[in-house]
Each structure stands twice: as C-alpha cells, then as structure tokens.
Design a protein around this ligand. Structure first.
Ligand code: FMN
Length: 161
C-alpha cells in the first residue's frame, strides 16, 4: 500500500484549489442563531439538488451541524473577510456584531452575502477527521456583487490572486 502524504503537504496541495467562503448557519434548540465559516462547500447533485459541507469533528459546532434538521449556506461577498474571521472564531460566533435577518424558514441569513442557500438535512457521513454533511436544497436568495475568494490560506477578490 502506498504511504500517505503528511498533513502539511496535503494542505499545500489542496490550498491550490481556489474556493469561495461560506458561513453555515442554523439555530440551536433554544432558537439562538449560530454559524461557522467553511470553504468546503460543494454542489453535489442537480436532481435532486444536493450540496455538501465538511465539518471538523473537533469543532465545537460539529454535533450541532451534523444533527441540524435545517441549515443555510451563506456565500460571502468580497469585503466580508471580517465576517469570515468572526465566524471562524470559537466563541459565540459574534452573531451580535453582524447584520443578519430571519428568512421565512427562520434560518439566519447574513446580510450582504452573494447567496443564501437553504437546506434540509439529507445525510452525514464520517470521513477521517471530518464529517461530510449533505443537504437537500429547499430554497435560496441571490444577492449582489462579487464573491470573497480563499486561495493558499489568504482572502482574495476576483482577479486579485
Ligand atoms: C476561510 C476558512 C474556511 C474554513 N473552512 C472550514 C471547513 O470547511 N470546515 C471546518 O470544519 N472548518 C473550517 N474552518 C474553520 C472553522 O471556521 C472553525 O474555525 C473551526 O471549526 C474551529 O471552531 P471551534 O473553535 O468551534 O472548534 C474554516 C475557517 C476559515 C477561516
């Protein structure tokens, strides 16, 4: 069997894949909104419409997100680096410091996002130290402006990399 590459090499390799930046949001049982920055978002299936995100099993929000009946993917716009940083920090995810609204679905929607994609839990599959969470897409809103990009560990805008 071929040996596996070290984590640092793996990071370097995968860092060559430019992504957008999303904040996955849902509500806790008491109704409070929570969110986590994730760039592992992918569209998986057209019919039915399915998307996925991967969540670190060590993340404080792992169990919440893998069990959430509904969640939303907020695709960040250029200029929302601060939002990305805030929702990647381990405390209260700073919902109070950022403008957000409530959709008819009651899912928290971050203001200024270029898209808000609403999902119903489909499956969660453990893969190594992450879980792949699959969601059926039940709705969404398209916003304005260019997206925030993430490449080689840094934020970029279209054309800036
Ligand atoms: C640009 C960016 C992308 C990220 N993408 C993911 C991701 O796809 N999956 C994930 O589990 N964590 C991702 N993280 C890290 C989480 O946002 C978060 O910091 C981590 O889960 C630690 O959370 P904790 O302090 O609650 O444990 C990303 C962070 C940044 C800044």
């Amino acid at each position: 069997m071929s040996p596996l590459i070290p984590p640092s090499d793996f990071r370097q390799l995968c860092g060559r894949f430019a992504t957008g930046v999303a904040v996955v949001t849902t509500r806790l049982a008491d109704g409070s909104p929570i969110g986590m920055t994730a760039n592992s978002f992918t569209s998986v299936s057209l019919e039915p419409p399915i998307v996925s995100i991967c969540v670190d099993v060590a993340s404080a929000l792992h169990d919440t997100l893998t069990r959430a009946e509904r969640f939303a993917i907020n695709i960040l716009a250029r200029g929302q680096e601060e939002v990305s940083r805030a929702f990647a920090s381990g405390n209260d995810r700073q919902f109070h410091a950022h403008q957000w609204g409530q959709r008819p679905s009651s899912l928290p929607a971050l203001q200024g996002a270029v898209a808000h994609i609403e999902c119903r839990h489909h499956t969660a599959v453990r893969a190594g130290d992450h879980s792949i969470i699959l969601g059926l897409v039940t709705g969404g809103v398209i916003g304005d402006g260019p997206p925030l990009l993430f490449y080689q560990g840094r934020y970029h805008g279209l054309g800036s990399a």
